[in-house]
Design a protein around this ligand. Structure first.
Ligand code: SF4
Length: 228
């Protein structure tokens, strides 16, 4: 079941509909790959941590911002409309994501609508300069827990065979997942910080829904450009 089924229905026959479907299926694929990693490695973030959202605001691709906007309009419309008035759910200062709820053990207030980077934090590997698969524990991971692992884990980069020795499996590789799951990622030229891009995309989706209404005398904007 889609997280944004009503919005998709309203955007039927538009290019944005297809982008949103593509992003959602990429998110599902990330979740499946991470489930495999968690199941075999048993290595997960400490419960209620949230340190990676503190002092961080994600830079996101246009498609991710469209998905976040659609998710908010479907699941938290009041938040979506208040963002249009430059009012975000949490005032965490200029350096911390305005969707971060410091008082909730789950922290992210838009969990099912969060972007790629936030889905991959803590459960992804990367590629070294020479293209090798590598993994390192999150810098916020408590050393006391790392030391209890058998064998103990150090705060350093592990190569592929070392990671396999530690966990018996490899985590999904962040760049590979993004490039292989979403066609736009390969040619997307830039990302924008959440607070800059999200209001534009909420506004754009509202406009597109209105234009896509069959009663609208202007007809369906199925060739609407990707950008607002
Ligand atoms: S979108 Fe959610 S997970 Fe990502 S930085 Fe903001 S609060 Fe954290």
């Amino acid at each position: 079941m889609s997280e944004i089924s009503s919005i998709l229905e309203k955007l039927k026959n538009t290019s944005v509909h297809d982008i949103l479907v593509e992003i959602e299926s990429a998110y599902e694929r990330i979740s499946d790959e991470q489930a495999n990693w968690y199941e075999t490695s048993k290595f997960t973030c400490p419960s209620g941590c949230g340190s990676c959202c503190n002092g961080f605001e994600p830079d996101i691709f246009e498609g991710e911002a469209l998905y976040m906007a659609a998710w908010l309009l479907e699941n938290q419309p009041e938040t979506a409309f208040s963002i249009l008035n430059d009012s975000y759910p949490f005032d965490n200062g200029k350096d911390t994501c305005p969707m971060f709820n410091p008082d909730s053990p789950y922290h992210c207030s838009i969990y099912e609508g969060r972007p790629f980077i936030c889905r991959l934090f803590g459960a992804a590997g990367s590629r070294s300069r020479t293209g090798e698969k590598v993994w390192r524990p999150c810098k916020f991971y408590p050393e006391t827990i790392l030391k209890k692992h058998i064998p103990p884990i150090e705060k350093r980069q592990y190569n592929e065979s070392e990671t396999l020795n530690l966990f018996g499996t490899l985590p999904p590789i962040m760049s590979d997942l993004i490039e292989s799951t979403v066609s736009f990622a390969a040619h997307a030229e830039e990302t924008l910080i959440l607070r800059e891009i999200l209001p534009q995309k909420i506004k754009f989706i509202l406009w597109l829904i209105e234009m896509n209404d069959n009663n609208n005398p202007n007809g369906s904007p199925s060739n609407t450009p990707f950008a607002a």
